[in-house]
Write a protein that binds this ligand. Structure first.
Ligand SMILES: *Cc1c(COP(=O)(O)O)cnc(C)c1O
Length: 443
């Protein structure tokens, strides 16, 4: 304790009195600290933080209505269209196209912006695999830029260094619900003539300078997968400020048929079928009702929780840029500095936290080092399109040291823990404090 310049008494003074007394019954170590649950003590929390997704009888009725109508696909009935209009209004977009999932939303955006064979696309390594699989699956090369270790977002300085004569687009990912530095990314894109596809799959309701994410670049992609903040099992959407582009998305996902400004006799565009079903949209319409209230609750609880846990040495919550006027908090994340915890590894910290009843995880592994990258670089499509020299340079330059460090230090909690009340946040903070107090017994 002395090394941190904080006495135990001083440390506990920073903890709300209510919480402290609530757990005073669990105290009993010979040195006065509460025994960790993994050492046989009483856990901070017994009850669960709740479940996700959340639905009610109205949602059951809405799905049943679709079933009984016989209008199951979007060619009959109007639930998908209603959802698209509502989502466009809510995000301030001029067009919205609903599709089967977030992965296909991204594939559609790449196709409609004519990004494919032989092109390079700059991506962050701190993301879900779909952000890069869609680029390889378009026979293009995803080129990794490093991350900003404080915000966990793609680092604009690193983006600029990765640009070549083949670069056509940047995919900033609004990771964990925070927002990438869109001022700088858009400025870089403008300077070099690049497209910007926002991967907003984790960022429903997040805002940059008061504007909804997904409307800041050329096209923005969302996921409605089970775990996301707006879920329907599987689902996705592409939105944009330019309705001619979103019309093209509609045409592409509906077998290339005419849509809005995209007109042709017979087929207007070489498309495919990635249409959302009416069932998916019926669930989304119900989930939309709670979206704003849930987003506000997450923000309020996250603000309170950040303030409390950052009093613990070695714990630093994910930061946001000044332009980030709202975070979606798809995950509540912080970095863990083991040096400040007397050398206790992150793995041990996570075990101890789980013992206290906390749903924590270590998050992403470095995506740029996954075996699938080398497999893709050796694939028929990629080796036919990119020169040996280019691929050798790709391998040499595929280093993201800031991301490697972040992957070793991050700790995640799922968004639904932020849907509770202040006492739930106190439990989380108390668990972290308790592990800190017991750090010497964990090495
Ligand atoms: C979930 C997610 C996707 C893909 O969405 P699916 O609906 O699961 O296909 C893409 N990018 C990110 C960052 C995601 O979190």
């Amino acid at each position: 304790m002395k090394r941190t310049g904080m006495s135990r008494r001083g440390f506990l003074a920073g903890v709300s009195v209510g919480t402290f007394t609530a757990f005073s019954g669990t105290r009993g170590g010979s040195d006065g600290t509460a025994k960790l649950a993994i050492h046989g003590g009483r856990p901070v929390r017994h009850k669960s933080f709740g479940n996700w997704p959340i639905w009610d009888r109205n949602d059951e009725a809405a799905v049943l209505d679709v079933l009984r109508s016989g209008n199951w696909f979007r060619g009959r009935g109007n639930v998908v269209e209603e959802f698209e209009q509502k989502y466009a209004r809510m995000t301030g977009a001029n067009g919205c196209m609903a599709t089967v999932n977030g992965t296909n939303a991204l594939l559609t955006a790449l196709r409609v912006l004519d990004i494919g064979v032989g092109d390079e696309v700059i991506v962050p390594p701190y993301t879900f695999v779909a952000t890069i699989s869609v680029v390889f699956n378009s026979n293009a090369l995803p080129v990794f830029a490093d991350v900003d270790p404080e915000t966990f977002q793609i680092d604009p300085d690193s983006v600029e260094k990765r640009i070549t004569s083949k670069t056509r687009a940047i995919i900033p990912v609004h990771i964990l619900g925070g927002v990438a530095d869109m001022d700088r990314i858009n400025a870089i894109a403008k300077k070099h003539g690049l497209k910007v596809i926002e991967d907003a799959c984790q960022a429903h309701m997040a805002e940059w300078r008061g504007r909804h994410v997904g409307t800041l670049g050329d096209l923005g992609c969302f996921s409605f997968q089970n775990s996301k903040n707006l879920p329907c099992g599987e689902g996705g959407a592409v939105i944009g400020a330019d309705s001619r582009l979103t019309d093209k998305c509609h045409s592409f996902t509906n077998c290339g048929r005419s849509y809005g400004s995209v007109r042709g006799s017979g087929f207007a565009f070489l498309g495919t079928n990635r249409r959302m079903t009416q069932y998916q949209a019926a669930i989304l319409m119900g989930q939309m009702k709670n979206l704003e209230a849930n987003a506000a609750r997450r923000e309020e609880n996250a603000r309170y929780l950040r303030e409390r846990i950052e009093k613990v040495p070695g714990i630093t919550a994910q930061k946001g840029y000044d332009g980030q006027t709202r975070s979606a908090y798809h995950l509540f994340a912080f970095t863990y500095d083991k040096e400040q915890f007397g050398g206790v590894s992150r793995g041990r910290f996570l075990d101890a936290m789980r013992g206290e009843g906390m749903p924590v995880s270590s998050g992403y592994r470095p995506l740029n080092k996954e075996g699938i990258i080398e497999d893709a670089l050796n694939s028929k499509n990629i080796t036919r399109v990119f020169s040996k020299e280019r691929l050798q340079r790709y391998r040499r330059e595929n280093e993201c040291p800031a991301n490697d460090r972040l992957c070793q230090r991050a700790v995640w909690m799922p968004q639904y823990v932020l849907l509770g009340d202040e006492s739930d946040m106190d439990d989380i903070a108390r668990a972290i404090e308790k592990v800190y107090e017991n750090r010497r017994k964990l090495v």
